[in-house]
Design a protein around this ligand. Structure first.
Ligand code: ADP
Ligand code: MG
Length: 692
């Protein structure tokens, strides 16, 4: 239980220092200055007191029970000190010192050593090589951290391995005058992990929103499970670094190349219901809104403004992020015509004019809060010298305190001249932003959470008409011969074992056999070269389509024999299945996480168009349907300009069958089906490859 870490009754500092600039001094100063409610115990064999507080030679001399110990001593002394803490019955140790796994094997050995001792004593370790924690709860005011910003109590909690990023985010809240609840930055995280912290914050009543920053997930499966549970209860906002890095992995199949690097983390965020952001600014803006606002019921926003342009900027951002601006209801319109100036614009956005006063803002707020057309309210508020801005602020606060629908405010003002207005809004819990884009982005964050949480999760279907054992046998044979690329008959054998529809096919070693196979299948047919060295067949002259008779088949085989010259060359004869839209399906194994599943518009242009979407196994029915409609060219599948749409249920079924196939057969490293011919009558795969 992490309670005693965040609510310690007493804190000792092993490595307490009299030197003003030492961490062992700063931590004590922070505890004192922040008003920590428990006992503070500097441990130092040489000093009598530090910062006016009695020091002890050993942790064992401390007269009180100690819940948290800071260690600010060289790495090599840490294991012994952990043993002392064990004797003392300490519950948590925050190791601020570095010199552990982050420096290499030597440090890692010390880390393993102290961790083993800590486990024996039942001590939990926070860090090492970390900042520590802060809890602003007035009952504790625990500033067990060496940073330098004292936050106001609030409802946002921050967790991150990286102290640098955590502090940047924390600083920004402080600059904006927004309080935080708990701050935790755990550095090497050798024991207490990010998922464990998120789980704790999920149960912390004072935390309304959790903010996290991720550089890569160590235990993606646990992160996903915990985040999924917590995100249902309260918003978890995240951002990940390195999002723009495009995978330049040379891969034999398309899926690897099309999946941008570490796409898995984004997919985990999505699957877990985490709201993720591309920039720290957007993350911070949303957190500020979540800290005081209720969650909207939908994406429809009403805008109130006393100035034109900024509301236009906001509208662009809001609509760009998926919000809509419905018209005012008839009631609202009538009400506002009675209550606003005659020249005011009674629409959405509602413009009360620069001369609009407190009663005008109030009329708009009341009407929109009451109007079923709106789920949230965006306020654009510039503070002209000729109106009573304080009075306007008071009305906004009065409505905000009812917490009926969320609101954000773009407050455009001079913060010194209008200090009272600013303070009223801040104390009244109105999330204020000086830029319209920022206020709009904050509101968009609220809506995104609502949309994510209300989306249909669906169920993961298990198809029973499959032959797992048969597919496993095929893979076993390939493995036994040391091949990583499966031969065509093996690939199609596996697809057929999972009832993924494929064009009728045969294998042939000779021109005569190829002709016999073609006759069995029925013309027209396609002949394809099959050999370990032939990967992109059409590039190498290994595909001959629309062959209508035996002579054409023999000629195609003869030509391939001449040009390809592979010892293991065989021929794959397949029914020619023209027409329809060419789509692609793919799967790629992801360490510790199952497989990534891909769907997109395929064919030979797939690398150029890159119109593909991804998800993680297991893909539910609802997720599969969502994937099919999420490609940019979805309209092509729905049918355009008189063309019939394709069998989209069939496509969604293949996504699910593929998800089951790779889940059943974890040895599959990468596979893709490209193209799959999709038409209104059905779906047929005409090319596929699988690597182990
Ligand atoms: P590769 O991807 O190795 O170059 P494919 O088997 O995908 O080879 O063939 C290349 C292209 O030929 C496909 O994208 C498709 O347009 C066409 N094609 C292949 N097989 C068939 C088929 N059975 N019916 C119709 N067109 C096909
Ligand atoms: Mg292909």
């Amino acid at each position: 239980m992490l309670d005693s870490l965040f609510k310690p009754r007493a804190v000792a500092v092993i490595g307490a220092s009299s030197k003003e600039l030492a961490i062992g001094n700063r931590v004590i100063r922070n505890l004192i200055d922040f008003g920590y409610k428990g006992g503070i115990y500097p441990i130092n064999p040489k000093a009598d007191e530090i910062r006016g507080i009695k020091a002890y030679k050993s942790i064992l001399d401390v007269p009180e029970e100690v819940d948290v110990v800071h260690m600010v001593i060289p790495a090599k002394f840490v294991p012994m000190a952990v043993d002392d803490c064990g004797k003392k019955g300490v519950k948590h140790i925050i190791i601020n010192s570095g010199g552990f796994s982050e420096i290499g094997p030597e440090g890692a050995a010390i880390e393993a050593d102290f961790l083993e001792r800590a486990k024996k004593h039942g001590i939990r370790i926070f860090g090492p090589n970390c900042q520590g924690i802060i809890n602003t709860d007035p009952e504790y005011r625990a500033y067990c951290n060496f940073t330098f910003t004292y936050p106001e109590p609030g409802h946002i909690s921050i967790v991150a391995l990286s102290g640098g990023v955590a502090e940047v985010i924390h600083q920004e809240f402080s600059i904006m005058g927004v309080g935080t609840k708990i701050y935790a930055s755990n550095g090497n995280a050798c024991d207490i992990t990010i998922p464990e912290l998120i789980e704790y914050l999920g149960n912390d009543d004072g935390t309304r929103v959790i903010v996290t920053y991720v550089e890569g997930l160590r235990d993606p499966e646990t992160f996903k499970r915990v985040a999924t549970e917590v995100a249902v209860k309260k918003p978890v906002l995240a951002m990940k670094a390195g999002r723009t890095k495009e995978g330049a992995k040379a891969a034999a199949s398309h899926t690897g190349g099309l999946a941008k690097e570490d796409i898995a983390t984004d997919l985990i965020f999505k699957k877990a219901g985490i709201v993720s952001f591309n920039t720290e600014a957007e993350l911070i803006q949303a957190a500020v809104a979540f800290a005081t606002q209720p969650i909207p019921k939908g994406n429809r926003v009403g805008i109130i403004t006393n100035t034109g342009g900024p509301a236009v900027i906001a509208t662009d951002v809001l609509v760009g992020r998926g919000l809509t601006l419905p018209p005012l209801s008839a009631n609202t319109e009538t009400y506002l015509k009675e209550h606003l100036y005659p020249e005011a614009s009674v629409h959405n956005p509602a413009d009360v004019l620069a001369t609009g006063n407190a009663s005008h803002y109030r009329a708009c707020l009341d009407a929109m809060m009451d109007d079923d057309n709106f789920d949230s309210i965006y306020i654009s508020f510039v503070t002209p010298f000729f109106v009573d801005n304080v009075a306007i602020a008071k009305e906004i606060v009065a409505v905000n305190q009812k917490q009926i629908k969320p609101m954000v405010c773009n407050l455009m003002t001079n913060r010194e001249q209008q200090a009272e207005t600013v303070k009223i809004l801040k104390d009244g819990g109105v999330p204020c932003f000086s830029l319209p884009g920022a206020a709009a982005s904050a509101l968009a964050g609220l809506v995104e959470y609502q949309q994510i949480q209300s989306r249909e999760k669906g169920v993961v279907k298990t198809f029973t008409d499959t032959d797992k054992a048969g597919a496993e046998a095929i893979i076993g044979t390939a493995k036994a011969t040391g091949r990583t690329m499966l031969a065509a008959d093996e690939v199609y054998g596996i697809l057929n074992a999972y009832n993924i529809p494929t064009a009728d096919w045969r294998m042939a070693d000779t021109a005569e056999a190829a002709e016999r196979a073609a006759a069995e299948i029925g013309y027209p047919v396609v002949v394809k070269a099959d050999a370990q060295s032939v990967i992109h067949k059409s590039d190498m002259g290994g595909v001959a389509v629309n062959l209508t008779d035996g002579a054409a088949v023999r000629a195609a085989v003869g030509k391939m024999e001449k040009t390809l010259k592979a010892d293991d060359l065989r021929f794959f004869i397949q029914k020619f299945e023209p027409g329809g839209v060419e789509v692609i399906f793919g799967a790629k194994a992801e360490e510790g996480l199952g497989h990534i599943i891909m769907f997109g518009l395929g064919g030979i242009y797939v690398e150029i168009m890159k119109d593909v979407v991804f998800n993680l196994t297991p893909v539910s029915d609802a997720e599969a349907v969502e994937m099919i409609s999420a490609v940019k060219g979805a309209a092509l599948l729905e049918g355009v300009r008189g063309q019939k749409g394709v069998d989209r249920d069939g496509l969604a079924e293949i996504v699910q069958r593929l998800s089951q196939l790779v889940s059943d057969l974890p040895a599959i490293q990468e596979m893709d089906l490209n193209p799959v011919m999709a038409s209104e009558d059905g779906i047929i795969a005409v090319d596929a490859r699988i690597s182990l």
